[in-house]
Design a protein around this ligand. Structure first.
Ligand code: PYC
Length: 334
C-alpha cells in the first residue's frame, strides 16, 4: 500500500482553474523541460490523473509543477499538467502559476517583477505587477506562433462541412470562424460546442495525420484544441472564443496559447498589426489583452512573438492524498 500526499495551492486565471503542486512532486530526468515532460508522461502520469480528474479535480482542472531552471540565467522551469495531458505551453496556467509562485513565495526572481520561465515549448519571459502581497497582473511573452494551414474542412454531424484554419500558439488550434453552417459561439451553448469539438478534432487528426508537427520539436504535434469564434459580449473587445480542450472542457479564461494562435492567424491574414492590442473574451466574458510584439520566422514560416496579459486569484490550499487503496486513486471520467 502506498499513500502519497501533495500540497497544492489553487487559483483561477480569469475563471479557469490552476492547481500548483508545491510539495510532493516527482524528481524528473532530462536536459530541458521538453525531455522532463516525456519522463513525467512515461513514469508519473498517475500524479496528473490523480490530481486533475474527479474526485480530486474535474473536467476543466489544470495545473503545474515547478522545477529548478536548466540554464542559470533563468528563474524557474514548469511542467503543465491538465486533464488533457501535459501541454507544451499553457497561458492561463502560466498566469496562475506566476501569481501563486510570487504571492506564496515559491520563486525568488533574480529581477523583481520579471521571471524567465522554461516551458516544454521554450523560454517564456514574464513581467508582473505586485502591490503589497497581491499580484495584480501578469504579462507573458509567448513562444513563436504561426498560421500552419488555411481553409481546411471536415464534416460534422448537424453542422455539415466545417471550414477551419490551424495555428500554433504553444499548442495547435483548429480555429473555426463564423461561416455558412456556423453562426458563431454566441448562438451555441457550451455543451453544444463540446459535442461538436469532440467529433471535429478527431476527424481533423484522422484526415490530416502527421501534418501539424512543430518544426523544431516533433513531440509537439496534432490539433489538441479547438477555438470557435463569435460576437463579443462587450462591444469594446476585439473577439470572443470558446476553446475546447481535453475531452469535455471549455476554457473559462480567454486561453493564452489560443489567443496567441488567433493573433498569428489574424496577423498573417493582414487583419492585425504589430503593436495593436487584441482584447480577447472567453466564453464567460473574462478578458486577456493580447498584442503582437514583433514578426519573426520559425524555420521557413512567417511567425509572430505574441504577448498575453491577464490576472489570477488564489482560491485555497489543499493537501491531496493519492492512496493506492482508493479504487479512484488515479481519477475517473464520466
Ligand atoms: O491558456 O493556453 C491556455 C490554455 C490551454 C488550455 C487551457 N488554457
Amino acid at each position: 500500500m502506498a499513500k502519497k500526499t501533495f500540497f497544492c495551492v489553487d487559483a483561477h486565471t480569469c475563471g479557469n482553474p490552476v492547481r500548483v503542486v508545491a510539495g510532493g512532486g516527482p524528481t524528473l530526468v532530462g536536459r530541458n523541460m521538453s525531455e522532463k515532460r516525456q519522463h513525467f508522461l512515461r513514469e508519473f502520469d498517475w500524479i496528473r490523473k490523480g490530481l486533475m480528474f474527479e474526485p480530486r479535480g474535474h473536467d476543466m482542472m489544470s495545473g503545474s509543477i515547478l522545477f529548478p531552471p536548466h540554464d542559470p540565467q533563468n528563474d524557474v522551469a514548469i511542467l503543465f499538467i491538465e486533464t488533457s495531458g501535459c501541454l507544451p505551453m499553457c497561458g492561463h496556467g502560466t498566469i496562475g502559476t506566476v501569481t501563486i509562485a510570487i504571492e506564496e513565495g515559491l520563486v525568488s526572481p533574480k529581477v523583481p517583477g520579471r521571471i524567465r520561465l522554461e516551458t516544454p515549448a521554450g523560454l517564456v519571459e514574464i513581467e508582473y505587477k505586485q502591490t503589497g502581497k497581491k499580484v495584480e497582473w501578469v504579462r507573458l511573452v509567448n513562444v513563436k506562433s504561426y498560421l500552419a494551414a488555411e481553409n481546411l474542412s471536415v464534416e460534422c454531424p448537424e453542422l455539415g462541412e466545417v471550414f477551419f484554419d490551424v495555428a500554433y500558439g504553444g499548442n495547435y488550434y483548429a480555429i473555426v470562424d463564423p461561416q455558412a453552417n456556423f453562426s458563431g459561439v454566441h448562438d451555441f451553448t457550451a455543451s453544444k460546442i463540446i459535442q461538436f469539438s469532440q467529433v471535429v478534432r478527431d476527424r481533423i487528426n484522422a484526415k490530416y495525420p502527421n501534418t501539424f508537427v512543430h518544426p523544431e520539436n516533433e513531440t509537439i504535434r496534432d490539433v489538441s484544441h479547438m477555438l470557435w469564434t463569435g460576437d463579443t459580449l462587450d462591444p469594446s473587445s476585439s473577439g470572443r472564443n470558446a476553446v475546447f480542450y481535453g475531452d469535455k472542457a471549455i476554457d473559462r479564461s480567454p486561453c493564452g496559447t489560443g489567443t496567441s494562435a488567433r493573433m498569428a492567424q489574424l496577423y498573417t491574414k493582414g487583419k492585425l498589426k504589430i503593436g495593436e492590442r487584441y482584447i480577447h473574451e472567453s466564453f464567460i466574458g473574462s478578458k486577456f489583452i493580447g498584442q503582437v510584439q514583433k514578426e519573426t520566422t520559425l524555420q521557413d514560416k512567417k511567425a509572430i512573438i505574441p504577448s498575453i496579459q491577464g490576472w489570477a486569484q488564489v482560491t485555497g490550499y489543499n493537501y491531496l492524498i493519492i492512496d493506492d487503496d482508493d479504487p479512484y486513486a488515479h481519477g475517473f471520467q464520466v
